[in-house]
Design a protein around this ligand. Structure first.
Ligand SMILES: [Zn+2]
Length: 139
């Protein structure tokens, strides 16, 4: 028997489970199934990043909704009731007073305590610039 790279054995396409013959290194029944497989792999690989981006988008929407055209104080409870996730943000900004603002794009908040209750000061910035270079914050 001549080994021409073709196999007479049937295989099953891992995407659609169709039985097919072809070159031994052919893994999918069709170009569509090969492309579908690659798409699903790419989607799975990007899932963690897409999740973070969706949380940042949601957080930004909440901050934008609560912001009243100037620095706006709200309770942590109010933020949390809107399903705000304070642990996810796109950048930070540390002031000379060593207060850290947490931004979701152009909207951010400063966590504070006021009379023993937790509050957030919501701010907006014109620039979408990403805060500060972390190495400048060392020391
Ligand atoms: Zn297939």
């Amino acid at each position: 028997m001549v080994n021409d790279g073709f196999s007479t054995d049937f295989r099953h396409c891992p995407v659609c489970n169709t039985r097919f013959k072809g070159r031994k290194d052919k893994r999918y029944c069709s170009e569509d199934c090969r492309a579908a497989y690659n798409r699903s792999q790419r989607k799975a690989a990007e899932a963690p990043l897409n999740h973070v981006l969706s949380v940042i988008r949601k957080n930004r929407g909440i901050l934008k909704k609560l912001w009243k055209g100037k620095a706006t104080m709200v309770s942590r409870e109010r933020l949390m009731a809107l399903d705000f996730d304070p642990a996810v943000f796109s950048s930070t900004h540390v002031t000379s007073r060593r207060e850290t603002y947490y931004f979701s794009g152009d909207y951010g908040f400063l966590p504070k305590t006021r009379e023993k209750s937790e509050v957030a000061l919501i701010v907006q910035r014109e620039s979408h610039a990403t805060g500060q270079d972390p190495w400048t914050m060392i020391n």
